[in-house]
Write a protein that binds this ligand. Sequence first.
Ligand code: HEC
Length: 103
Amino acid sequence: MAKIVLQLLLALSLFGADVFVQKCVRCHTRRHLPLKPIFFDYLLYYSSERGVKKAMLRNLTQPDPKRMLVKNRKPYKHPFSQKTLRKALDIYWEKYKVIGKIR
Ligand code: HEC
């Protein structure tokens, strides 16, 4: 019994933890828009954590083809709350950041 409860709790926490996989990765994989290269484009262009997150937040909620880094596509307004987006972008950043891993 205790084991089942533990497994349930674990499953729930894994579920809750990854807003990023649930909300972002699925659609991007389906549409052949892998998030990894997009991340590195942003990192090259904006270089800092603050810069990357700020630009993404803006481009996802108010897409403007002039500022977007994914070219030749119709702007897609990501329908998520600021809170969800911030959380997803934190996970996104942690997943691919290279700063601190190079040394
Ligand atoms: C229902 C599909 C869908 C979901 C869900 C989705 N995206 Fe996207 N995303 C797209 C499409 C389509 C584009 C390309 C068009 C564009 O850039 O607006 C895109 C573009 C982007 C870009 C590049 C913007 C640019 O500069 O051009 C980033 C960064 C991004 N998505 C991050 C995310 C994150 C983070 C999430 C999760 C919170 C997410 N996406 C969820 C479909 C989706």
